[in-house]
Design a protein around this ligand. Structure first.
Ligand code: CTP
Length: 398
């Protein structure tokens, strides 16, 4: 999610619409953002600081200093730590102050000290909104690079009907998510990730499979989405929950996985094949359950198509193609050979000799090898952390 870990300072002004900020804070906290609230003195008449500090899980600041202790609320520090400042509801009065550089309270001092993007969501009566001075102030805010979250049209607290309603909390959240997604390093990129095992049917009840859990591929898909990419995950049978906002396609066999990957490969900018695909599949699948009549029984297998190698032959210059290698011996040599043979940009090597690496564990220990032969050995980490290491290289190469 684009807002995860972001420090959002909400500056609440004195408007009846301040009550909507309680719901907005809940939505932002759910989206894993850090929320810090500043209120104008007037805002506290509409909603209590206790409500907003409880929901945001952070103290609410109102004055330049704490009245009880005399402790200074450093407006410069608050502003510089913020990823975004959201003025909501932004009243006609505060908009006028922002437009003209007035700073007679903590809220406007924080605004003036800000270097991060500032978004403002106005709330006022219809005629105040339309007034040429308000519109001129808003034009000034545009010229400073501030971003308007437009007010809605509808019934106003005064009883009049028209433009001036504070955007709904869901709309503000949506606006913030879209805004921050555009700032992400992989915004506009499409990614394709394969994950999990494949099951090759022997008969209607049996299959050949492997112990892959899908954890590594799912962590990569999630991380690419966090970095702003539009992600398609092609997953073999896995008990993991499909990551939020990732287009997940469930497949069973290697042939189905090949089919799905080929479909999405054409439009993909980034392709990460982390699935543990079966190398062999039964020549024939019995239509009925095989009975245990024979003392010895063998199944004839044929090679599956190597999905990664197939995509490697089709790769365009600007596409990034990344593969995995799980090795037990001659690790570096084998991985380098796969990198060249399958036409990859880099390969992620897991050695089965490393404790905590490989299948069905929560951790992994990888070495990343690029086309120039550079090797980068990482320590044992959680699969989420390994996914971050892999994706930071993808960001550099994108
Ligand atoms: N791979 C694939 N399709 C296959 C087999 C493997 O896409 N049919 C991909 C895997 O997703 C992984 C990489 O190829 O990214 C390496 O898989 P691995 O099993 O280690 O290597 P193989 O090429 O199959 O070689 P070998 O089994 O001989 O080591």
């Amino acid at each position: 999610m684009a807002l995860a870990g972001k420090n959002i300072v909400i500056a609440v002004c004195g408007s009846i619409a301040a009550y909507k900020i309680a719901s907005l804070i809940r939505l932002l906290v759910k989206a894993e953002a850090q929320v810090n609230v500043i209120m104008s003195q007037e805002a506290t008449a509409f909603i209590t600081p206790l409500t907003l500090s409880t929901l945001s899980k952070n103290p609410v600041l109102i004055d330049y200093y704490q009245p009880n202790t005399g402790e200074w609320n450093n407006h410069v520090e608050i502003a510089l730590k913020a990823d975004y400042i959201l003025v909501a509801p932004a009243t006609a009065n505060t908009i006028a102050k922002m437009a003209n550089g007035l700073c007679d309270n903590l809220l406007t001092a924080v605004y003036l000290s800000a270097k991060c993007p500032v978004l403002f969501a106005p709330a006022m009566d219809l005629d105040m909104w339309k007034h040429p001075s308000t519109q001129a102030n808003i034009s000034k805010l545009y010229s400073y690079g501030n971003i308007l979250i437009p007010p809605g049209n509808g019934e106003l607290a005064s009883g009049l009907v028209g433009e001036g309603r504070l955007a709904e909390p869901e709309e503000i959240l949506d606006f913030l998510v879209k805004f921050s997604t555009k700032e992400l390093p992989l915004y506009g990129k499409r990614a394709l990730v394969s994950a999990g095992p494949t099951y090759e049917a022997i008969d209607p009840v049996r299959f050949i499979g492997n112990h892959s859990s899908g954890k590594m591929g799912y962590a990569i898909a999630r991380q690419l989405e966090i970095l702003g990419a539009d992600v398609t995950l092609v997953s073999g049978p896995s008990s993991l929950k499909a990551p939020d906002r990732v287009h997940t396609i469930s497949v069973t066999s290697a042939a189905e996985m090949l089919n799905a990957c080929e479909t999405y490969f054409e439009d993909a900018d980034i392709v990460v094949m982390s699935a543990a695909v079966a190398d062999y599949t039964p020549v024939e699948v019995a239509a009925q359950k095989i009975k245990k009549k024979e003392n010895e029984f063998s199944i004839q297998l044929k090679k599956t198509t190597d999905i990664l190698a197939t995509l490697g032959t089709k790769k365009r210059e600007k596409q990034l193609l990344i593969g995995f290698a799980l090795e037990t011996n001659n690790e570096l040599e084998n991985a380098k050979d796969k990198l060249i043979r399958k036409n990859l940009d880099f390969i992620v090597l897991n050695s089965m000799q490393d404790k905590g690496a490989g299948f069905a564990t929560d951790t992994n220990k990888v070495t990343i090898i690029d086309r120039s032969g550079n090797t980068n050995e990482f320590s044992l980490k959680s699969k989420e952390e390994v996914a971050k290491d892999i994706c930071s290289i993808i960001v550099k190469l994108s």
